[in-house]
Design a protein around this ligand. Structure first.
Ligand code: WT7
Length: 699
């Protein structure tokens, strides 16, 4: 394999082989207890009663369904698709794909020629054919005691009013709409309203830790050029108030300087956080949501769109500086999110479902808004922080709404685990039936705590592996269908063919470890990177020709269980949020006093991975605490709080090869204090740099 290479935003195209570039990362980022102990754990066998009632009751039943999904994908998916309403049906061909770059441009199409509308299927159909009085959304505010709810009929009314307003202001099919809202019911309403009229939504995460900064927002708004931005004045999360409108103001101001003018900022007055009189206002551009939207009719005709028309754009970090606009289309995404939701959580119509994610991330798109509502589920939307006012809040919510399916992230599990069992056991939690985990590998000790303490050893855990790009869950246990191994995502979902390949792209068989790729397309796959189909091909389909490359390492054990081992590219996973090292580096070097920066991920007890930055200052500038803070602030301002480095390590120099490439392998070892595993440093142009760095470790 080649040397670890130093890349900047533009470096990628010059590399000889993407496969070589990532090779050295394999196994570099493995959480301490994720593999070794997990495998020796006894498998956890589901209770016979649970299995009996489950949608898929046994491994045999799964194998039969899985076999069909692989042998006859068209038959398998079209049969499921007929459960939805299609204004016009698809061509005889259910799908057409080329994911092999050697055979021409990558292209994926499902249900082509068909016309449908995902909002219609998620909302109207539940009112017409089923029970419009069923609760669609329960809303729980940040402050205990503040709550609300909407039935499916009420949801439909609200969606139609907003859709009518958007049409009134000129938003039409194919237009982009940016949504920067906290977890109010207006957030899923806004997504559905866009979908109803064929507009393409792009939700930007807005809440505290995970929220985007004004600069991140600017960059994305400039990329997708929305007609309208939907936001609210402020939100209270935990004990903090976040002034979202101020952030939007700054972003729109910056965009205008670059010639990107957004003419309308529809602002929801979030009274629990801030009064309208205190909100800064730009006449002519800003409009109060409550002043206009309720005046519009509660009926709004559906815009029937092509199955391959875009539904939304979601920006995600890659290994180079510029964020990628992941584009999902309508028909395949609809069928895939609905089906994965149903099976991965063994969904029954009596379930009450709560996912702790923010709609600004893919989990919220697929498993708060679309997947659950397409199944007619009752969904809890929580505005606040899961540990506010105390670490028992999540279980208080579970008891209050009698939540049966609870889907969250390992970082929250680890943080609640640290706060102690008492906060959990003082609540009943007896409604819980199925637990879910997503975002990063769940280490076996967190898995066991989640299983034993939260679920009283009663609820199967769906450890769901997937990505923004995949649209929906790809590898996951099906509750009740087979024994679980703590820390393993187990087996592929229907229609998904994971393969593990070596550096040269050879498929490995049996017990093996390598790069996780997917053979063939699946309905929920993203179709392109917005405005950059070439980057789409280069990043995902060129590293291993003939496959979709996930960017993750994976091991398959003797029983065929899959164990995800983390990213193998330069992407760090902080609390389930993806962040490219190059993005943090370019933020750091934009600081006037920073000459060079190299960022690596290190194990972090709660966040999974923390951000560790080696920083070389401009000649003559002394290190200081003040400078450290200002560097961190620069990253917060440019990207968002979640990207702030946990550690700045002053570096008089960085370990480079003679050709000037930074050896991250060595930096990773220094950052994780594995000093006896530095490996060969003889190829460095100046090996003494390493000793200097070690000497400065504790400064
Ligand atoms: C990356 C995708 C999928 C929604 C949340 C994150 C990691 C995600 C798991 C899991 C091991 C996981 C992978 C993946 N990841 N779920 N259950 N086990 N790793 O979406 O921001 O697109 O990040 O998250 O590394 O590539 P995302």
């Amino acid at each position: 394999a080649g040397h670890p290479l130093r890349r900047r935003a533009d470096g990628m195209s010059q590399l000889p082989s993407a496969a070589r570039r990532i090779a050295h990362h394999l196994n570099a980022v493995v959480r301490g207890d994720s593999l070794a102990s997990g495998e020796s754990d006894p498998a956890v066998v589901p209770s016979p009663l649970f299995s009996q009632r489950a949608l898929v009751s046994s491994l045999d039943q799964y194998r039969e369904m899985y076999r069909r999904s692989i042998e006859d994908p068209a038959g398998f998916w079209s049969e499921i698709a007929t459960q939805f309403y299609w204004k016009e049906t698809w061509d005889p061909e259910v799908y057409a794909e080329n994911i092999d770059v050697r055979k021409g441009a990558v292209s994926i199409e499902w249900f082509k020629g068909a016309k449908t509308n995902i909002c219609y299927n998620a909302v109207d159909r539940n009112v017409e054919g089923r029970d419009g009085g069923k609760v669609a959304l329960y809303w729980e505010g940040n402050e205990p005691g503040l709550d609300g709810r909407l039935t499916y009929s009420e949801l439909l009314d609200r969606v139609c009013q907003l859709a009518n307003y958007l049409k009134h202001v000129g938003v039409g099919k194919g237009d982009a709409v940016v949504i920067y809202l906290p977890m109010l019911m207006e957030l899923p309403i806004a997504m559905l309203a866009c979908a109803r009229i064929g507009a393409v939504h792009s939700v930007m995460p807005a809440v505290v830790f995970a929220g985007f900064s004004a600069e991140s927002l600017t960059q994305r708004i400039a990329d997708c050029r929305p007609k309208v931005v939907l936001t609210c004045n402020a939100v209270q999360r935990g004990s903090k108030t976040i002034f979202l409108k101020d952030i939007v103001d700054t972003a729109l101001g910056e965009c205008a300087k670059d010639g990107v003018h957004v003419g309308l900022c529809l602002t929801y007055e979030n009274l629990s956080a801030m009064k309208r009189d205190d909100t800064k206002w730009q006449e002519g551009r800003d409009v109060w949501w409550q002043d206009v939207v309720p005046n519009f009719p509660t009926k709004c005709e559906v815009e029937w769109v092509d199955a391959e028309d875009p539904l939304f754009l979601l920006y995600t970090s890659g290994s180079t500086g510029k964020p990628k606009g992941v584009l999902h289309t309508t028909g395949g995404y609809m069928v895939y999110t609905a089906t994965t939701f149903k099976y991965a959580f063994d969904y029954k119509p009596t379930d009450i479902y709560w996912c702790t994610a923010d709609c600004g991330w893919i989990t919220g798109h697929s498993y708060i808004t679309y997947g659950p509502l397409l199944n007619g589920a009752t969904v809890v939307v929580y505005e606040g922080a899961p540990n506010y006012p105390d670490p028992g809040r999540s279980w208080d919510i579970v008891d209050k709404y009698k939540v049966t399916i609870f889907y969250t992230a390992p970082t929250l599990i680890r943080s609640l685990m640290r706060d102690g069992d008492d906060y959990v056991t003082r609540y009943s939690r007896k409604s819980l039936r199925v637990l879910g985990s997503v975002g990063e590998p769940i280490n076996p000790s967190a898995w066991r705590w989640f299983f034993n303490v939260v679920g009283d050893s009663r609820c199967p855990i769906s450890d769901t592996w997937w990505q923004t790009e995949t649209g929906g869950i790809m590898i996951t246990p099906l509750p009740g269908a087979w024994p679980q191994k703590p820390g393993s995502a187990t087996f592929p979902f229907f229609g998904v063919q994971p393969v593990i390949v070596d550096e040269k792209g050879n498929e490995l068989e049996g017990e093996c470890s390598g790069y996780l790729c997917i053979k063939k397309s699946w309905p929920g796959a993203f179709r392109t990177l917005y405005g950059d189909h070439e980057r789409y091909e280069t990043t995902y389909f060129k590293p291993f020709a003939g496959y979709y490359f996930s960017g993750d390492g994976c091991r398959r054990d003797k029983d065929g269980y899959h164990w995800l081992t983390g990213r193998v590219d330069d992407v760090i996973n902080v609390s389930g949020h993806r962040i490219g090292t190059a993005e943090v580096e370019s933020a750091l070097v934009s600081h006037a006093q920073c000459a060079e920066a190299a960022v690596v991920g290190v194990e972090h007890e709660v966040k999974g991975q923390g951000i560790y930055a080696f920083v070389t200052l401009v000649e003559g500038v002394p290190y200081s605490e003040e400078l450290r803070k200002s560097l961190i602030l620069t990253v917060r301002n440019q990207i968002g709080a979640f990207a702030a480095p946990d550690k700045i390590h002053w570096a008089p120099g960085l370990p480079k090869t003679r050709s000037g490439k930074i050896m991250r392998r060595i930096l990773r070892k220094i950052a994780s204090r594995q000093l006896n595993e530095l490996g060969d440093t003889s190829t460095l142009s100046d090996p003494t740099v390493v000793d200097q760095l070690i000497a400065l470790s504790d400064h």
